[in-house]
Design a protein around this ligand. Structure first.
Ligand SMILES: Cc1cc2nc3c(=O)[nH]c(=O)nc-3n(C[C@H](O)[C@H](O)[C@H](O)COP(=O)(O)O)c2cc1C
Length: 498
């Protein structure tokens, strides 16, 4: 198959290479003898001949162009639009990655408030390769279900403990990775629906605060917004930020599923003047955060740093990490016990998590996927008798209630999602978050592209998405025969057999 394609391409290239100059000469003669207007075509084919000559005999970087000239451009063109062709024409509803069309469509329907019931049968696999939920023979009447509530900081008895009433939070996405309109629409939606939003590691959360959302301020390894010049923590800046009434918790990011062992990355294309001011970084170069907090070099120094942040902020303080080596995680728990210091929550980010930008090897090959990490972390905390000292959160492709319920059954007490909320804003999975060219205006600072994202309309979608998820939660809880969220356990999960 491949060789016949090569032969055809060779023949075609030969015809084109001879044909273009011949056409150029023909149009020249026609222009000379018949009509001057033929010279427009003469010029066109002359340019084509020159370009073809350049491809074949001057440039040395592309072998295909050297060997086949113009014809090879067709391959580059088709390759460049391949993802779109596959997305729109060739892949079926359950094939695409990271999220297939069926998964995305469920979010779109929820966000638009459209009835999400379907007919005929599920499109998913039932061959033992997927996680499923186990229902009960004795569903519970929804009237008897205890409403969800979770209080962070209650274990330490702090004054500013925070209670949330829905087990879902908008996961960290910085202003920088997201454009202004996207941040504002998410923050407004979060306020309307009454859920928390994580600011991401983008520094001072100007647009989040503007929309009145309740926030988890994330401190990434570069500590944008609360740093000294040398990257260490500015206690003064953290104290003053934590005093803002909308800031309810602080999250110290140790690592992220999509790029564990690597700090945040904001490509230079996305650093506007405002972002450079909010983060305190120069324009015109990529901003690469350090791989770890300079204060955290081992288990004890990490736990001491968390204690410092708890003391300065007087708020609940959580940590976010992707599970790597289990021995290191166990050491972290043991250091907590030794120092009698516990973060108020641990958020487990699965290796399948998303990112605004990351090296491919990190995205593809590093870290533990959520459904492997979460039960292990839950069990290790139990083994060390500290499970009741903190809350456990989870993220990693939990964009729909079914998967979120699996995480809640495997030990999580609330779920984070980032890309679920991006879909609720209208993300079409164009995979261009790092290029500033997001066609639906979410991960771009291009004014023209952002225009398409109407803050009020999209904030309603965010609100709808949250409300419909909440509705499904109570339906599922009833089917699983549970009267409250804290009764969920791994027994509610059917594990893959293949
Ligand atoms: C555009 C984008 C930006 C992100 N920015 C951050 C960030 O600033 N800090 C962070 O800890 N995680 C960041 N993440 C990771 C998410 O917070 C989340 O942990 C991960 O995507 C898993 O959730 P999901 O599978 O529901 O998207 C980002 C993800 C995306 C898609």
């Amino acid at each position: 198959m491949a060789s016949s394609l090569t032969v055809n391409l060779e023949k075609l290239a030969k015809y084109v290479n001879i044909g273009i100059p011949l056409l150029c000469i023909s149009f020249f003669l026609a222009g000379h003898y018949y009509s001057f207007y033929f010279h427009f075509l003469t010029v066109t084919f002359f340019l084509a001949t020159a370009i073809n000559f350049y491809y074949r005999h001057v440039q040395k970087t592309h072998s295909l162009l050297s060997n086949f000239g113009f014809v090879a451009q067709g391959r580059y063109l088709i390759e460049s639009i391949g993802p779109e062709l596959r997305q729109y024409l060739f892949t079926n509803d359950t094939e695409e990655r990271p999220f297939n069309r069926a998964e995305r469509a469920e979010v779109y329907r929820k966000a638009k408030g459209i009835d999400s019931s379907s007919a005929f049968g599920s499109l998913l696999q039932f061959d033992g390769s997927e996680y499923k939920l186990r229902h009960s023979l004795y569903p519970v009447d929804k009237k008897n279900i205890k409403p969800y509530s979770l209080t962070f900081g209650e274990e330490r008895g702090i004054k500013h403990a925070y209670t949330m009433h829905k087990p879902i939070i908008i996961s960290a996405m910085s202003y920088g990775a997201l454009g202004k309109n996207a941040v504002r629409a998410l923050a407004r939606g979060a306020r309307k629906a009454g859920i928390l939003m994580n600011t991401g590691e983008g520094g001072y959360p100007k647009y989040h605060l503007m929309e009145g959302a309740e926030l988890i301020f994330q401190m990434g390894t570069a500590k944008f917004g609360v740093r000294h010049e040398d990257g260490s923590l500015s206690e003064e800046k953290l104290r003053s930020l934590a005093q803002q009434p909308q800031i309810k918790m602080i999250e110290v990011k140790l690592s992220q599923g999509a790029k564990p062992g690597k700090g945040g990355l904001l490509p230079k294309e996305k650093i506007t003047q405002e972002i450079s001011e909010l983060r305190g970084v120069p324009q015109g170069e990529d901003v690469v955060s350090p791989p770890h907090h300079i204060e955290c070099t081992d288990a004890e120094s990490t736990i001491r740093f968390i204690k410092r942040v708890q003391d300065i902020s007087a708020l609940p303080v959580g940590i976010k990490l992707c599970l790597g080596r289990e021995d290191e995680f166990r050491e972290l728990i043991q250091a907590m016990k030794r120092l009698d210091v516990f973060p108020d929550y641990i958020s487990i980010d699965g290796a399948e998590g998303g990112t605004g930008a990351a090296p491919k090897a990190f995205m593809d090959d590093l870290g533990t996927p959520l459904f492997q990490a979460l039960p292990r972390v839950h069990q290790m905390l139990k083994d060390e008798s500290v499970r009741d000292k903190l809350k456990l959160l989870a993220a990693g492709k939990l964009i729909n209630p079914g998967k979120q319920f699996m995480a809640l059954s495997l030990g999580a007490q609330a779920c984070y999602t980032a890309r679920g909320f991006m879909f609720s804003l209208g993300c079409i999975q164009a995979l261009q978050c790092n290029n500033n060219t997001c066609p639906v205006g979410i991960t771009t600072h291009n004014r023209h592209l952002q225009q398409g994202l109407d803050i009020e309309v999209k904030s309603e979608r965010v609100k709808n998405y949250i409300q419909q998820i909440e509705h499904d939660y109570y339906e599922l809880l009833s089917a699983l025969g549970k009267e409250s969220f804290d009764k969920l356990s791994h027994k509610n999960v059917l594990f893959p057999t293949s």
